[in-house]
Design a protein around this ligand. Sequence first.
Ligand code: PAN
Ligand code: ZN
Length: 190
Amino acid sequence: MKPFASTLLIPTGQLQPHSQHVTRRLSSMRGQYADLAAFERMLEQGDPLVYEVFENQVPSRPGELAHGTSVVHPGRVGDEYFMTKGHFHAVPDTAEVYHCLSGQGFMVLETAEGEWAAEEFVPGRIVYVPPFWAHRSVNAGDTDLVLFFAYPGNAGHDYRTIEERGFRKRLVEKNGAPTVVDNPHWGGGA
Ligand code: PAN
Ligand code: ZN
C-alpha cells in the first residue's frame, strides 16, 4: 500500500474519493423489523433507501485499517427506527471504532453469550466496538446519522448470524422517546 487521503464532507458524510459505495434499501432487510405489516406497507409505496456506506478498501490483512462513513437516513418501520443490517466480524476477535459526526442515534451491540449494550450517538461521541460484539447503527433522530468507522482490514463481515437470529434488543419510539425493548422474534425466524 501507498499512503492515501480522502475528504469526509460534513454533514453529508460523503467521502471523496471512495472506492466503494454501498446502498441498502428496505427490501434487503426483510425479517429484521418487528412490524411485518408496516414493513410490507412501506415496500408497497416504494423501496426507501435506509442507509449508505462510503469506504476506501484496503488489503484484507490484519495490519491494515479499513475505514469510511455510514449514513443512516431518518425513518421508521412502525415504531422501529431505520437501522443497518448489523453483523459480527467474520474474524470475530477484531474490534472497530465509530465516531459520530452528525445526527443522533444508538449503536446496539450484543455478544453470542447474551450480553448487550446500547451506546448513544451524538455528534462528537466515539463508540468502541470490542472484539466479539455484533453491532448495528440506529438513527433515532430526524436528520441523517453520519458515522466514521475504522476496523482491521482482515475483519470481514458475518451477516448471516444476525439475519437468522436478529438482535436481542430493538430501538423503538415510545411516547416520543427512543426506547430499548426486547425483540419478540429473537433467536430464529426474526
Ligand atoms: C461498518 C458497517 C456499516 C454498514 O462499515 O459495515 O456501518 O452496516 P452493515 O455492514 O451492518 O450493513 C462496519 O461495521 N464494518 O465492519
Ligand atoms: Zn463492523
